[in-house]
Design a binder for this molecule. Structure first.
Ligand code: ADP
Ligand code: MG
Length: 347
């Protein structure tokens, strides 16, 4: 792929959905339709379990491509790249999509006091994790990239619908949140086309839409961090929900025996190093689940749990490198541990 994107270029699909096929299909039942494509820097699949037709899938993928054209940090022709190119120069008029997602990312930056920060772009570009040939950058360059990060230096003009990065060299990166937005946008297409049940899988960000014919709940698997893909540590059960995971096993490299992954600390300029391996969020809103999975990963277990308190009906599953699983209050209702080498600690 020469046209790299920072939405996440992992090819691994870390989460899967079980119990999807409807058994004993009656003669007249339409065949299940599904489409898979590489978009938003990852493998995306939309599967219509009940309702909808091939035009629904066409619309869904056209929407994903539009979102990519608006928000990819690594496509030179994207709206976001234009905003980044004009940093320190002038405001850039953007689409509703881009304006909304940047605003939402800035809200997370404010709420997390800059732990989550979409202006992390210079640091993301410097580390370039997941794109091959990575090495730990020189300290001087890390400091220079870090100095450009500050969400307060993004000026949003509601009326003119423009975004302005106040300092030359600043860069916005929406990799931590854009796929979540995209899943919510696909949900709208499902609603409009009166789809009854569907699975939206954007590189492991899962949205199970509607309810199955037999009304049994969806079962979404959480990837086992230390096993090959498709081996699940746990299952999340529910109807109409999104399950989004941020983890260190997705995009990383090793140098001198140390692992460097793609979730970066705006404080240290290095990958977040707090003992966590992954954080999964269960929610109704995928943009929030995506924003939260990255935010809670950075905040760590204690601060992350506190932070989550302000989001109703949203659960978190933290997995650390000691094989411990921490559930947020209430999450045990939807969570089943499969791998008994892990221990469960409710907080
Ligand atoms: P994935 O893209 O693998 O699904 P995440 O949603 O956790 O995982 O997003 C990770 C991406 O977020 C990184 O690849 C990078 O583009 C961006 N990012 C890294 N560090 C930060 C940060 N501190 N704040 C906001 N975004 C970040
Ligand atoms: Mg995220």
């Amino acid at each position: 792929m020469s046209m790299l994107m920072h939405f996440s270029n992992k090819m691994l699909i870390s989460v899967a959905v079980f119990g999807v096929l409807v058994a004993a299909a009656p003669a007249l039942q339409a065949e299940e339709l599904s489409k898979t494509d590489f978009v938003l820097g990852t493998v995306c699949t939309v599967r219509l379990v009940e309702g909808g037709n091939s035009a629904t899938l066409t619309k869904a993928f056209a929407r994903l491509r539009t979102i990519e054209a608006h928000m990819s940090a690594n496509r030179n022709d994207s709206e976001l790249s234009h905003v980044n190119d004009m940093a320190g120069k002038e405001p850039v008029k953007v689409s509703d999509d881009t304006f909304y997602v940047i605003s939402k990312a800035l809200e997370y930056a404010r709420l997390t006091n800059g732990a989550f920060d979409p202006t992390v772009g210079p640091l993301v570009k410097l580390w370039n994790i997941g794109n091959g040939g990575e090495k730990v950058p020189p300290e001087k360059e890390i400091l220079a990239a870090k100095a450009l990060i500050n969400w307060r230096d993004v000026a949003m003009d509601e009326k003119a619908h423009t975004v302005f990065l106040k300092k030359a060299g600043m860069r916005i990166d929406l990799g931590a949140i854009a796929k979540g937005y995209a899943a919510d946008e696909i949900e709208k297409i499902m609603l409009a086309d009166k789809v009854k049940a569907a699975i939206i899988d954007l590189g492991g960000n899962i949205f199970v839409y509607g309810s199955k014919r037999d009304k049994s709940p969806w079962r979404v698997g959480i990837q086992n961090p230390d096993s090959p893909r498709g081996d699940y540590l746990a299952i999340v059960t529910g109807t109409q929900m999104t399950v989004v995971t941020s983890g260190i096993y997705e995009r990383f490299f090793f140098e001198n025996g140390k692992r460097y992954h793609h979730i970066l600390s705006t404080q240290t300029g290095f990958p977040v190093d707090n003992g966590l391996v992954s954080v999964s969020i269960v929610s109704k809103s995928s943009i929030d689940a995506d924003g939260l999975s990255t935010s809670l990963f950075i905040l760590g277990i204690q601060k992350g749990m506190e932070f989550l308190g302000q989001f109703p009906d949203t659960y978190a599953v933290f997995i650390d490198n000691q094989k411990k699983v921490y559930l947020s209050p209430g999450a045990s209702k939807v969570f089943t541990l499969l791998d008994k080498t892990y221990t469960l600690a409710e907080k």
